[in-house]
Design a protein around this ligand. Structure first.
Ligand code: HEM
Length: 197
């Protein structure tokens, strides 16, 4: 992998702040489409879907960092926290799009929707699993929690899996894209299973 060494050299010079800024581009794109009136015939659904997909990209990106280092020697560890927090940020926006734009803050309607579309509960479970990870992603929590920090952060694996199942179940017929996402997640999760000595 001759390209990896110069790439790692370039990445070392890239400030983490640049990753946060770049991570806001998908949101800027959605805002741009809304302002231009190009968000489609059902803007609420389109915004909801785009935010869900963006969250998924960042979640998968975060999961891919360790295997990418192991397999190709690509060192993106410095950006893992930023990518994880961006994933959570898009997830919060995805959830807000449902609560505010779709359900228009009508809680009874939201409760009925959860009964009508139980796959939403999988999404909410995934969100609740990721919440403690986002809250403990700061240096103070890492120091305070010590070994338990790793235990808490292990929740990312079931959370991402539930997130993808939620994505697949909201389709009437699972598309090739949906199966591809599932396959990618299963491979990434399998790579994290500790090898027996
Ligand atoms: C890790 C957690 C989650 C992930 C990865 C995720 C991802 C996704 C994706 C990728 C889509 C479809 C996008 C598309 O088809 O282009 C979607 C749809 C949706 N998600 Fe999530 N989501 C998560 C959590 C949630 C939560 C907490 C809620 C709130 C209840 C939620 C509500 C919805 C809704 C309402 C839809 C649209 C369903 C429809 O059109 O019938 N999601 N989600």
């Amino acid at each position: 992998m001759q390209l990896v060494a110069p790439l790692n050299g370039t990445l070392r010079r890239l400030p983490v702040g640049a990753v946060y800024l770049a991570g806001l581009l998908p949101l800027a794109w959605i805002v741009w489409l809304v302002i231009g009136g190009d968000i489609g015939v059902d803007p609420v659904k389109e915004i909801e879907h785009r935010l869900g997909k963006d969250a998924l990209w960042f979640l998968v990106g975060g999961l891919a960092i360790t295997p990418a280092r192991r397999i190709w020697g690509l060192n993106l560890i410095r950006y893992r926290r930023a990518i994880g927090l961006l994933a959570f940020f898009y997830l919060v926006l995805h959830l807000m799009a449902w609560v505010v734009l779709d359900m228009t803050l009508l809680w009874q309607q939201a409760a009925n929707d959860l009964i009508k579309r139980p796959y939403l509960l999988l999404g909410i479970s995934a969100f609740l699993m990721l919440l403690p990870l986002a809250l403990t992603s700061n240096n103070w929590s890492v120091r305070r929690l010590g070994r338990n920090w790793r235990r808490v952060h292990w929740l990312v694996y079931p959370a991402v899996f539930l997130g993808v199942v939620h994505y697949l179940l909201q389709m009437k017929v699972v598309s090739a894209e949906g199966w591809t996402w599932l396959a990618v997640i299963v491979v990434l999760l399998a790579l994290r299973i500790p090898k027996k000595r």
